[in-house]
Design a protein around this ligand. Structure first.
Ligand code: SAH
Length: 342
């Protein structure tokens, strides 16, 4: 079995290179080819001898995904990618352009097993988790395809990052490594549906990234009806974990709240949410829900979203309503993969 070289950090790669009887400095050279030049084949490592390139090819594999489909939004240039992995599985990634730079939204799993009622990624469950190299490859392939430097990453694609904790953490350390693509932790967001042990573990890592919590409801009754994960870790337990997280890391948490008509968008919900999050170091992001054909969720009207947002602002919260990007290209999680399976 050839080893997955792009999932190795520099220390691990150095060990491998030494074991092959090569000088230590080669490891850094190879690491740069992989994580700065994004080569897809050892033959492209032009400053290594042909002999060494052959040895590498005999021992390692560079896992890259390939572009299966690409949709470009006519409204805002957002590009949605459907990528094929080595075993034929499909995942989605999105490139968004903001004033401050290019952001890539990456997937962490093929499918998802969290079962949120409004989400397309979870409709056929989880197939498997992604390796660190498969998460990196989404960013590298998009950088090559557009000839750009990606400056921001959000882990908000398909999958639950904390259901693939170790590979996600490894990915985070590789993507922020200054010897590689060097994306600052401060420019990375990780979103979870609320797996409390994952939040507590991440707290111990004390990373400078932004933790996003998909809250979507102010109480157990509504949240459990939308998100099965809430039956395991309820709202109180989740918010207590978040408080601990902000106390320990001094990092502001971002709460995601998908506005679903008649489900979680009433004035009472807004007041209840304000009470729940009172005094917390946080930001609230209201997301007009993307309507997915297979689910019955309907988006809240702009007037209801505005009212909800005003109540939270008046209570002193930092609130934003997410600007919709790529509305014409099915940019909601999981919709592209699903359509291609039909
Ligand atoms: N599993 C992680 C990350 C992936 S989903 C999580 O749950 O946070 C990224 C965000 O998109 C989450 O906040 C998720 O709840 C939200 N989302 C999923 N489907 C959506 C839809 N149809 N409309 C709007 N937001 C959606």
């Amino acid at each position: 079995m050839k080893k997955d070289i792009m999932s190795m950090n520099l220390a691990e790669l150095t060990e491998e290179i030494l074991a092959l009887g090569q000088p230590k400095f080669r490891a850094k050279q190879i690491y740069r080819w992989l994580h700065k030049a994004f080569v897809t084949d050892f033959s492209q490592m032009s400053d290594l001898s042909l002999e060494l390139r052959r040895i590498l090819d005999d021992n390692f594999v560079i896992f890259h995904c390939t572009i299966e489909k690409k949709l470009v939004s006519e409204y805002d240039g957002t590009i949605k990618y459907l990528f094929k992995l080595n075993d034929g599985e499909l995942i989605e990634s999105v490139l968004m352009q903001y004033k401050y730079g290019y952001t890539v939204c990456v997937s962490s799993q093929v499918g998802c097993r969290m079962g949120c009622s409004f989400c397309a990624s979870t409709l056929s469950g989880v197939v498997r988790s992604l390796t660190p190299s498969e998460i990196l490859s989404q960013i590298y392939m998009i950088s090559l395809d557009n000839n750009i430097r990606v400056s921001h990453v959000v882990m908000m694609g398909m999958g639950e990052p904390f259901d693939n904790y170790d590979n996600v953490l490894k990915f985070l350390s590789l993507v922020s490594d200054e010897n590689g693509v060097n994306i600052s932790m401060r420019h990375i967001s990780l979103s979870t549906c609320g797996i409390v042990p994952g939040i507590m573990k991440l707290m111990e890592e004390n990373l400078q990234l932004t933790l996003s919590i998909s809250l979507h409801a102010p109480n157990d009754e509504i949240r459990s009806s939308m998100m099965p994960v809430n039956k395991k870790w309820g709202v109180r337990e989740l918010i207590d974990a978040c408080k601990k997280y902000t106390d320990t890391t001094s990092r502001r948490i971002s709460f995601e709240y998908a506005m679903v008509n008649g489900v979680n968008d009433s004035e009472e919900c807004a007041y209840e949410l304000a009470e729940l999050l009172r005094g917390m170091l946080c930001h609230i992001n209201l997301i007009p829900v993307n309507e997915v054909t297979e689910t019955s969720c309907k988006r809240s009207s702009p007037a209801r979203i505005k009212r909800f947002s005003e109540i939270l602002s008046a209570k002193g919260f930092a609130v934003t309503v997410r600007r919709e990007l790529g509305a014409d290209i099915n940019a909601a999680c999981g919709q592209l993969r699903r359509n291609s399976q039909k």
